[in-house]
Design a binder for this molecule. Structure first.
Ligand SMILES: Cc1ncc(COP(=O)(O)O)c(C=O)c1O
Length: 400
């Protein structure tokens, strides 16, 4: 107990009253996508994870994690610029660069850390090189880590309407006479909506206005694009692409990939790279194996996208709002926080785990269930999900 606890308790009860309080729930992963929720020992089929290809249990990832640990130990012992850079970091970075069709790549401990620290370094470049602040154009639905990167840099964001390239163009025109480097910051697949950005359109606009395109491919990598490279790799899409190993690649950690010059600059200027302990050998082993396997999983990717199309059609037929999803991330947009919590509970009673996503993760009045399909959900699980969601649709209608 501290004398400040009353403040914390009051803030927590304010959140509870608004239906916005969050808690951690301990889960014990089982076979495939099944989990046991420890608090009530309940076996649930998990439709909330980002393990899109089911690689988190893959034997090759586990084996390489063990082998690399045996070879050099559990921890990297230091940050990358001290003595923490191992041959394994170099090997994985080279593999990421080849996978993403870029000259070079850099690893980061997490995707959040990459976005939160790379953006401030990039924006500083504008001040240093031109003497003017960076002009930062961001999609309104960008992930929290991208917002954090802008906020940490003290950059005022010029926000364009979600995926609206006409609006982006109009804003770039409006600021055309301003000096300073221009940055367009967006995602290729939006994490809470499952819709996709128009990469070719973004590239054209970036070229037209001489803007630097930074693309977060966290949810596209492994799932979309040739061999799962994401949406930008084969279209000379982004100037700097960021991605994670924590979603379809089944493990942990993140990377940015771009030109050798930008990577070398970030080695010298990005605090999240410089002042953090290097990723450990076990994780590097798993990452390396994931990079070997992901390009070979075309059949799984194809089936996954087919399953998602089928499910969306079924849900739309019963009047559920799946937004503009076109990927295995399928939101069921409900609106009110309390109703969304009830919907998640309703599904739990049908042995299905989804999470009620509420503000500030999504805009006010757009709370939703976020369904994420994976390659390890079999047809029976999918049908169970679908029939439970059909029941949910009539449950929600009764609530109105
Ligand atoms: C779009 C996007 N970017 C970045 C991240 C952060 O990645 P990580 O989980 O590796 O920190 C996430 C994770 O939720 C995400 O959805």
């Amino acid at each position: 107990m501290t004398r400040f606890d009353d403040h914390f308790q009051q803030a927590l009860s304010d959140l509870s009253q608004k239906g916005l309080r969050r808690i951690t729930q301990i889960m014990q992963p089982q076979q495939g996508p099944m989990v046991i929720r420890m608090i009530d020992n309940r076996l649930l089929c998990d439709f909330s994870s980002n393990d899109y290809l089911g690689l988190s249990h893959h034997p090759l990832l586990k084996e390489r994690a063990q082998i690399w640990t045996e070879q050099v130990g559990v921890g990297a012992r230091a940050s990358r610029l001290v003595s923490g850079s191992l041959i394994f970091h170099q090997q994985v970075e080279e593999k990421v660069a080849r996978f993403k069709r870029k000259e070079a790549a850099l690893l980061f401990p997490s995707g959040w850390q990459a976005n939160a620290s790379v953006l401030p370094a990039l924006f500083r470049l504008s001040q240093e090189q031109t003497g003017h602040k960076a002009l930062v154009f961001t999609d309104r639905l960008n992930h929290a880590s991208l917002h954090h990167g802008c906020a940490a840099a003290g950059a005022g964001q010029i926000r364009f309407r979600h995926n609206d390239l006409v609006h982006l163009t109009a804003l770039l025109e409006k600021y055309q006479s301003e000096k300073g480097l221009r940055f367009i910051i967006t995602e290729s697949v939006f994490s809470m909506d499952g819709d996709q950005a128009n990469i070719i359109g973004l590239r054209k606009i970036a070229d037209q206005f001489n803007a630097f395109l930074y693309l977060d491919e966290a949810h596209a990598t492994g799932i979309l694009g040739v061999e799962g490279r994401g949406l930008s790799a084969d279209q000379l899409g982004a100037d700097l692409v960021m991605g994670t190993f924590s979603k379809a690649l089944g493990c942990f950690g993140a990377y940015i990939a771009g030109s050798r010059a930008v990577c070398d600059w970030l080695i010298n200027s990005c605090s999240g790279f410089i002042y953090s302990t290097a990723l450990p050998p076990s994780m590097l082993g798993a990452m390396d194996a994931a990079l070997d396997i992901v390009p070979t999983m075309d059949i799984e990717r194809h089936r996954l996208l087919e399953k998602a199309t089928w499910l969306r059609q079924q849900l739309q037929q019963v009047g559920l709002d799946t937004g503009l999803s076109s990927t295995p991330i399928i939101p069921i947009i409900i609106g009110e926080n309390s109703k969304t919590l009830q919907a998640a509970k309703f599904l739990e009673e049908n042995d299905i785990l989804t999470i009620a996503i509420r503000p500030p993760t999504v805009p006010s009045h757009s709370s939703r269930l976020r369904i994420a399909l994976t390659a390890i959900h079999d047809d029976r699980m999918l049908e169970q999900l679908c029939s439970s969601l059909v029941k949910l649709a009539s449950f929600l209608t009764r609530q109105v």
